[in-house]
Design a protein around this ligand. Structure first.
Ligand SMILES: Cc1ncc(COP(=O)(O)O)c(C=O)c1O
Length: 447
């Protein structure tokens, strides 16, 4: 008989025997969660929490979707594992389905078990294909935690992993941020100077294999580019013979109101990376998709890459079910409809709270940026505060919201709001009301 543990035991053993990710380990005290359903998860005391950021912006179908669970059960009965060198029906079924939903031209697939591994594959493919080394990413970005992906990450999570994570050839460009432009321009008068600066970098760096972008920057602030940005970047990459990699780990799978964010601008990346919503996060699956032209290079060049769990049948079957569920429930359109409601409710907070500097988003993907002062746009906390372990105001506000039964993702001086795509307008109102109430704490510190 297994020992019966109390909830306190479970929290204590979790702390003692496990790492809490992206944090100082001291004072980590995780909530004991026992269940989840729809847009809510439930703790050991039966308290329900509205999942306003879909965990890590990944549970797009909401919790416990029966069709996805059934697919996992059936695949476990049929073929739980086979090495990636074999052909399987499930891999073909998923691959053919991907042709229906992915941006045009992406038709050769490498399956991983996470977003960071999918990025690793993308970097290797880009470098082997072009014979070049450098990858230009942007400062406000996150691309994963393995050594190359964290090396390609612009945000401060890269800092403690250096110098190892410096890797070879990851360099950074200014992000597109029309609220607080890093090169002090103003849209539309800027004529998208931040994109042109990337061209300047490519020209002067030489040896550039690829430009890597989150089409809408995620954790680092839901930065939506103006309409001209992505087509301009595509042209620059084409003119310079550089590949364009779209990291759609967070923005994919209906999140922004299209299947993939790049669809908003009708721009085809050469390589697209995704994960998270591909299975609604029920099982770990990542995808690196390329064109047939790139893939053909490896017909007679050794493809030096692979994993034991690559194209793992248990990860592929639920992806098929998740895509079918998205189609059946019309969740891409729903993200547009519910996103409009969420956006309007959040914009109203800007009118009411002096601490809200900016509200921006696309579909069911929204960022709320807090500032001490609207004129200077000074954030309440900085990257240095985060890395020094100082208490961040946005974390305190998120903590207050948890007490009211709403879970929200916070980072530096903003919130990322990305609920399950099945969310109702009443649930949106519940989440926004909790934020509205908690923002008083920030308003009181405005200078
Ligand atoms: C844009 C982006 N790329 C890559 C990753 C890494 O994905 P994973 O955590 O599955 O390795 C993330 C994770 O949050 C992400 O948001």
């Amino acid at each position: 008989m297994p020992e019966t543990l109390t909830s306190q035991d479970i929290v204590r053993w979790t702390r003692e025997l496990n790492y809490g990710t992206w944090r100082f380990q001291k004072n980590w005290s995780p909530l004991h969660v026992v269940d989840a359903e729809g847009c809510y998860f439930i703790d050991v005391d039966g308290r329900r929490y509205l999942d306003f950021s879909a965990q890590l912006m990944c549970v797009n179908l909401g919790h416990k979707n029966p069709a996805v669970i059934r697919a996992i059960q059936e695949q476990a009965r049929t073929l739980p594992y086979i090495a990636p060198g074999y052909a399987t029906g499930v891999r073909v079924d998923l691959s053919r389905l991907l042709l229906e939903v992915l941006p045009r031209g992406l038709s050769k697939f490498f399956f991983t078990t996470s977003g960071t591994e999918a990025n690793e594959a993308a970097f290797k493919i880009a470098r082997m294909y072009t014979g070049r080394t450098k990858i230009i990413a942007r400062y406000r970005s996150y691309h994963g935690s393995t050594m190359a992906s964290i090396g390609a990450t612009g945000d401060p999570r890269r800092w403690p992993a250096e110098p190892g994570a410096k890797g070879q050839g990851f360099i950074f460009a200014p992000e597109v941020n029309c609220y607080n432009c890093p090169i002090k321009h103003q849209y539309p008068g800027c004529d998208i100077a931040c994109a042109d600066y990337l061209e300047h970098m490519i020209e002067n760096e030489n040896d550039v294999a690829a430009v890597l972008v989150e089409p809408v920057v995620g954790t680092n602030g839901v930065l939506v580019p103006p309409p001209e940005y992505m087509p301009r970047l595509r042209r620059i990459c084409d003119d310079r013979g550089v590949l364009l990699i779209a990291d759609e780990v967070m923005t994919g799978w209906g999140r922004t109101g299209k299947w993939f964010a790049m669809d908003h601008w009708d721009v085809q990346p050469d390589i697209m990376v995704t994960a998270k919503g591909i299975t609604s996060a029920y099982v770990p699956l990542g995808l690196c998709a390329t064109t047939q032209k790139i893939a053909a290079h490896f017909d007679d060049h050794f493809f030096a890459h692979g994993h034991t769990y690559e194209a793992h049948p248990m990860t592929l079957a639920p992806a098929i079910a998740a895509i079918h569920e998205m189609q059946r429930l019309g969740l891409v359109d729903r993200a547009v409809e519910m996103g409009a409601h969420l956006g309007a409710r959040l914009q109203a907070l800007r009118g009411k709270h002096p601490s809200v500097g900016d509200v921006r988003g696309l579909g069911l993907f929204w960022g709320v940026e807090l500032v001490k002062n609207r004129t200077t746009k000074q954030p309440f906390n900085t990257k240095a505060d985060k890395m020094a372990g100082k208490p961040l105001l946005v974390d305190q506000i998120a903590g207050a919201m948890m007490k009211k039964g709403v879970a929200i993702n916070s980072w530096l001086s903003h919130f990322v709001i990305a609920p399950p795509l099945i969310i109702t307008s009443e649930e949106i109102d519940q989440g926004v009301a909790a934020l509205d109430e908690a923002l008083a704490q920030a308003d009181a510190q405005v200078v």
